[in-house]
Design a protein around this ligand. Structure first.
Ligand code: 2AM
Ligand code: CA
Length: 267
């Protein structure tokens, strides 16, 4: 993608994400229509669907040759990552949206031929936009994010992980995960993968380890993390496949190998 074309795309996507956030804020105290998806805790509301439609209408009109992969299914059925693909989560952290009316984000990753060119994560209620273009650094509103710490023992790291993986589960041995929890300085769990990746990029957390995420949960965040020198792989250290479900380890490179070793021991 030519730099000028990418800059224009970036500005347009930025404007749309801010507008979509404003639309959500305007109705935040109105009653929600809540449904469940794969299970009783997998929530979706009419605002997830409406916000996704907002982006799809605009993209179809202005960029008819772009493809769309989006959580609520109004996008395309993608078979390949060729061309320009928008990967959209209209509301990431839907449970927070429903229960807390805050701590959720809109996440957009724009990829070309599988490479992340643009990442946008908008914390709607805090009005904080994380934005990055490949090779141009990452920003939190107007402020440029600093490169990640150069020195970081695992014992001083804050690790984001979901408590679910510290109890009996089908993917990993929970006692090993419990040992990892004791080894790091502290753990956090925010309930929005997109925001969790933004926090790794911001350096207020040092890593995010989780066992199952969808493309729209991570597409925007991957671009942000990479722009500050962070590494994102599957939990076993192998490459992410952006159109598939993945395990995920996104972190400061100083702790990456040790965490991968922990994970391999975890399995
Ligand atoms: P969502 O709010 O868009 O559904 C919660 O820890 C994080 O995991 C959120 O980012 C949430 O995204 C995501 N998530 C919830 N259920 C999931 C599932 N079944 N597969 C992948 N990601 C999921
Ligand atoms: Ca969602």
């Amino acid at each position: 993608m030519e730099l000028e074309a990418r800059q224009k795309l970036f500005e347009t996507a930025k404007q749309w994400i801010l507008e979509a956030g404003e639309n959500i804020r305007a109705v935040i105290n109105e009653p929600l229509k809540i449904d469940t998806k794969s299970n009783a805790n997998d929530l979706v509301t009419h605002m997830d669907q409406q916000t996704e439609q907002f982006f799809i209408d605009k993209i179809r009109k202005q960029f008819p040759d772009h493809s769309i992969l989006s959580e609520e299914g109004y996008g395309d059925q993608l078979e390949s990552d060729k061309g320009v693909v928008w990967i959209i989560d209209p509301i990431d952290g839907t449970m927070n949206f429903v229960h807390q009316k805050r701590n959720f984000a809109i996440s957009i990753g724009i990829y070309q031929d599988g490479i992340g060119e643009i990442g946008l994560i908008y914390n709607v209620m805090d009005d904080v936009l994380y934005a990055a273009q490949r090779g141009n650094g990452a920003y939190r509103n107007e402020e440029k994010l600093q490169p990640l710490k150069q020195e970081l023992p695992l014992e001083e790291a804050i690790l984001i992980l979901n408590n679910f993986w510290t109890g009996p589960n089908l993917k990993i041995e929970e006692t090993k995960m419990q040992a990892l929890v004791r080894k790091v300085r502290g753990t956090r769990s925010y309930g929005s993968a997109a925001l969790e990746l933004a926090y790794v990029a911001e350096g207020i957390a040092d890593g995010y380890l989780t066992m199952k995420l969808a493309p729209w949960d991570i597409a925007g965040g991957l671009v942000l993390v990479s722009e500050v020198g962070g590494m994102t792989t599957r939990a076993d250290g192998s490459p992410i496949h952006i159109l598939e479900e993945n395990t995920l380890l996104s972190c400061n490179p100083k702790i990456q190998q040790e965490l991968v070793r922990e994970y391999i021991e975890l399995k």
